[in-house]
Design a protein around this ligand. Structure first.
Ligand code: ATP
Ligand code: MG
Length: 356
């Protein structure tokens, strides 16, 4: 019997509530599968920072390096600047573990209504691939002459040919594995004349390796329009770190709620553990109220199982999630309902046990 060891990092705000729920659900699921799953919990994040002056221990990455995967909650604390929480924990794991492919499936689950009145389930079924290692978030830049009238600052969007090539290959391969074999490459090369032009060039080069994939290019601003007005023309999308960050929040909202959307931060070569997390943040406004929607974390667990090669278990968990979302009495307040995190979690576990 396979035995998986997962590092759980609940982080801040509602992170702990949804990750604890995710752990419970995964344990219930393992009871029905041919594998065991155990969790080591790492209480890193904002509270850790207040005590130790850093978001995670210096040897934190060493502590989780040997785990099969990481289940992450969220990093963000009202008392600590966002760039510290983000760079001190999430990016401190993603970047050294070379989780360069951030994958964000978006679908309208059964029972959930999109704010787009003209759109029904089958017309919105996307996977957004976000370049997760460089580009606008490469950390290159600086500030000079602080406090003087001539003060200036830069954030350099640095893209490497190798980095763009590997994310394009990943996206084309993913598009090829989906029934429509359709990829949209998001760009801004009409206005940005260096990195974005190389991005386009590499896309065209990699496309020749995938003759069965149909692909097109979309300027990022036009893409927001297309996502809202013609969602059925989209299937797999690849975009830069910043563009995909923004587009995937839009995608999550169009699919019903930020509380549902999952993310996989993949190191496709499996040299390091990959990390799975809901796309929402710490949401301190609802922390401790027991109403956080755990579906984004459960769906992230589906992506984790898929990555671990446990496709039947992943499918079983997805069926359980869909059975629960289909019942409006099990919707949390972000979906317009009254259900609690506890009720949704119990219902998903019941659906797992009832699944045959
Ligand atoms: P961070 O700074 O960590 O990004 P945030 O305060 O910006 O956190 P988000 O989590 O990004 O908050 O979400 C914005 C709002 O969406 C929250 O204030 C919350 O009301 C709602 N929300 C987010 N996630 C959930 C969830 N899982 N369940 C219910 N509501 C949610
Ligand atoms: Mg936020």
């Amino acid at each position: 019997m396979k035995a998986y060891r997962i590092a759980s990092i609940p982080g801040d705000g509602i992170g702990a509530e949804v990750v604890d729920a995710g752990v419970e659900v995964l344990q219930a699921l393992a009871g029905r599968e041919q594998f065991t799953i155990s969790f080591d919990r790492f209480d890193w994040g904002g509270e850790y920072y207040k005590k130790h002056g850093r978001m995670m221990p210096e040897d934190g990455r060493e502590q989780i390096r040997k785990h099969d995967a990481i289940l992450f909650g969220s990093a963000g604390h009202p008392d600590i600047p966002d760039h510290i929480t983000l760079w001190g924990l999430r990016l401190a794991i993603c970047q050294p573990f070379d989780q360069y492919a951030n994958v964000r499936p978006t679908r309208i689950l059964p029972g959930i209504t999109s704010p787009l009145r003209h759109v029904s389930g089958p017309e919105l079924d996307w996977v957004i691939v976000r370049e997760n290692s460089e580009g606008e978030y490469s950390g290159v830049g600086g500030r000079v002459h602080q406090g003087l009238p001539i003060e200036a600052a830069t954030d350099v969007s640095m893209m490497t040919r190798a980095g763009v090539t590997r994310i394009m290959r990943f996206a084309f391969k993913l598009a090829q594995s989906r029934p429509r074999k359709l990829l949209t490459v998001v760009t801004k090369s009409n206005a940005q004349r260096y990195a974005m032009v190389m991005w386009d060039e590499v896309a065209a080069e990699v496309a020749t390796e995938f003759p069965d994939v149909t692909w097109d290019k979309a300027i990022v601003d036009a893409m927001t329009m297309r996502m809202t007005l013609k969602p059925e023309t989209i299937d797999t999308v690849v975009a830069t770190n910043l563009h995909a960050d923004i587009l995937s929040d839009l995608a999550a909202a169009l699919a019903g709620s930020l509380g549902i959307a999952p993310t996989a931060n993949l190191n496709p070569e499996r040299e390091f553990p990959s990390m799975f997390e809901p796309i929402h943040g710490s949401a301190f406004d609802i922390m401790g109220k027991g109403i956080a929607n755990p579906i984004g974390t459960f769906w992230s667990a589906v992506l984790m199982l898929d990555h671990l090669g446990e496709q039947p278990a992943a499918a079983r968990l997805m069926r359980a999630i869909e059975r629960v979302t289909a019942d409006p009495s099990l919707h949390t307040p972000d979906l317009g309902g009254k259900a609690t995190t506890r009720q949704v979690t119990d219902a998903v576990i019941t659906a797992i046990l009832a699944d045959n």
